[in-house]
Every structure is written in C-alpha cells, then in structure tokens.
Design a protein around this ligand. Structure first.
Ligand code: GDP
Ligand code: MG
Length: 175
C-alpha cells in the first residue's frame, strides 16, 4: 500500500477462490458496471484499476484477477506479493467452493502479512433457491479467521460496490 500525497492511497487487491465462483464477474461489475452471463472463465487476465473516493481519502485499487491458474489450487507468489487486500470468493450454491474457500484463506494466511485486509465473499445470492451454504456458516468462519463477510451477487449487483467501499474504508483507517 502506498501513500500518494494527502489522503491518496494506492492498494493492490487480489481475488482468490475456485474457478466459476464469480471472481471475474465481481470485478467487471465493479469496474465496468456490467454483467456477462456466459463469461469464459479463463479469459480476461488479469489487471484492472479503479478509483474510489471516500470522504477521508481516495483509494486507487490495482486489482489482480486470475487468468484461470486457480484451477491448480495455488497461485504464484508474485500474485500475492505486496497485496494490501484480498477477496476470497465462494458460490453459495456450491458447498465444494466453500470448502475450497477455506483452503484459499489458509493459503493467504501462509503469506504471513498481518496487515492484510481480507474479505470472505459469498457470491451468487440471486441463486437463493439453490443455496447449499448457509449465511451463518460463512459468517462464522469469517469471524473466526479475521475476515469480514459479505454476501453478493455480481448478476444483480447486490453488495458489489459496498464490498469495495468497505475494503477502501478499512485501508484508509489502517494508514
Ligand atoms: P471465476 O472463474 O471465479 O472468475 O468466475 P466467473 O466470473 O467467470 O463466473 C463463472 C460463471 O458464474 C459465469 O457463467 C458467470 O456468469 C456466473 N456468475 C458469476 N457471478 C454470478 C452471480 O452473482 N450470480 C449468478 N447467478 N451467476 C454468476
Ligand atoms: Mg475468472
């Protein structure tokens, strides 16, 4: 995280989580305000930039999305290096993706940065009728492991801006 003059913060943000959970869709919803129904999950590497203005600061996010390497259940060290914030995503309609999300959290914790701001994101809440992972399960795991928790839908845009604002606020506070 870098300070850029008065009240300006530049922060690297990384997304983790299994393939198909909606990482790229969350980023595209935030950065472009759009949702693409049949997105090719391996296409679209990997870097976006977006500025958020808070009252107290302006936060420029350098967002690193994967280009499908999560398929191999680990990411190169340079993916994490220097990250100030991380979003771990699972899909509420897939218990497997939640179990995998916990592995991604452990992988993050192994990076050994005590200042890293971590969000656990339960995506696809528009698929309520197919829900396999209860809200309480996600919330409880997040609380026990020092992440904050949010339920989102990249499809309907529910809580997407709120997610990035919350991270920005925490980054501004942490300075
Ligand atoms: P990634 O592999 O984690 O980057 O996931 P993608 O963003 O490529 O999304 C995988 C699939 O899930 C795509 O078909 C998306 O359109 C779909 N998807 C992503 N977010 C949502 C969501 O919030 N709700 C629903 N119903 N589908 C979603
Ligand atoms: Mg993707």
């Amino acid at each position: 995280m870098a300070r850029m003059g008065s009240g300006n913060i530049q922060a690297k943000l990384v997304l983790l989580g299994d393939m198909g959970t909606g990482k790229t869709s969350i980023v595209l919803r935030f950065v472009k305000g759009q949702y693409f129904d049949c997105q090719e999950s391996t296409i679209g590497a990997a870097f976006f930039s977006q500025v958020l203005s808070l009252n107290e600061a302006t936060v420029k996010f350098d967002i690193w999305d994967t280009a499908g390497q999560e398929r191999y259940h680990s990411l190169a060290p340079m993916y994490y290096r220097g990250a100030a914030a991380a979003i771990v995503v699972y899909d509420i309609s897939s218990m497997d993706s939640f179990i995998r999300a916990k592995k991604w959290v452990q992988e993050l914790q192994r990076q050994g940065n005590p200042y890293l701001i971590m969000a656990l994101v339960a995506n696809k809440v528009d698929l309520e009728s197919k829900r396999k992972v209860g809200s309480e399960e996600g919330l409880q795991y997040a609380q026990e492991n020092g992440l904050f928790f949010m339920e989102t839908s990249a499809k309907t845009a529910e809580n997407i801006n709120e997610l990035f604002y919350e991270i920005a606020k925490r980054l501004a506070k942490a300075r």
